[in-house]
Design a protein around this ligand. Sequence first.
Ligand code: SAH
Length: 251
Amino acid sequence: MQVFFVGAGPGDPELITVKGRSLLGQADVIIYAGSLVNPVLLQFAKQGTAIFNSASMTLDEVLQTMETAVNDGKLVVRLHTGDPSLYGAIQEQMDALKAKNIDFEVVPGVSSFLATAAALKQEYTLPNVSQTVIITRLEGRTAVPDKEKLASLASHNATMCIFLSVHMLDKVTAELIDGGYAEDTPVAVVQKASWPEQKIIRGTISTIAKQMSEAGIGRTAMIVVGRCLDANYELSRLYAADFAHMYRDAK
Ligand code: SAH
């Protein structure tokens, strides 16, 4: 195997997987998504590794760099932020490699929506509050299918993690209310979860946009919406004394 798509994790260099870190140490070529990947991770590379920042490259240039390296017998790591399967634009790279008969592997990473839960010290799936997490985004230059518009997803009142949308918070909150969330539904915005400069803003659907513009929060932020953030929830059945399961008898 010569090409690995590796999830870099949300920012903290200790949140890459052991496998990802070891591949960074073996790679001859690293192509990293410079807009979001923490450059400190590049210190795990060995001396002499060729390092490319894909922020200034086209898809063709990325593919060409991979192909040339593979033909030279080199090991390539394509480093994507968080987990590569979410808003990573990796499908087009993987399909192009398949077409060229270049084999590859994907190494998952800690997605930012999980680092956000950790920053908030929050469980997203509380009994009787929500057992569903919706991962979505507002439409930007990338279109979102009609059936997945924020307003229609909001009708479930599930926990929502909204990526790539913090710069359009007014629109996000308007759609959430259109969709049926109450105005006092709690919202948390976490900027740069797991980075030293991490910031947390908590409010409600009706207050968060103003709070955010006062705080001057930049783009790399996750919006979490849902009653889990202030919930009166039932204790989980998993640890309940009268609840038997595969590994424990009821007391
Ligand atoms: N594949 C990545 C997401 C890439 S899309 C992942 O799994 O996390 C980029 C968006 O992810 C940003 O606009 C922001 O909404 C979110 N994001 C990435 N890193 C983040 C972080 N450290 N804290 C909060 N949000 C982050």
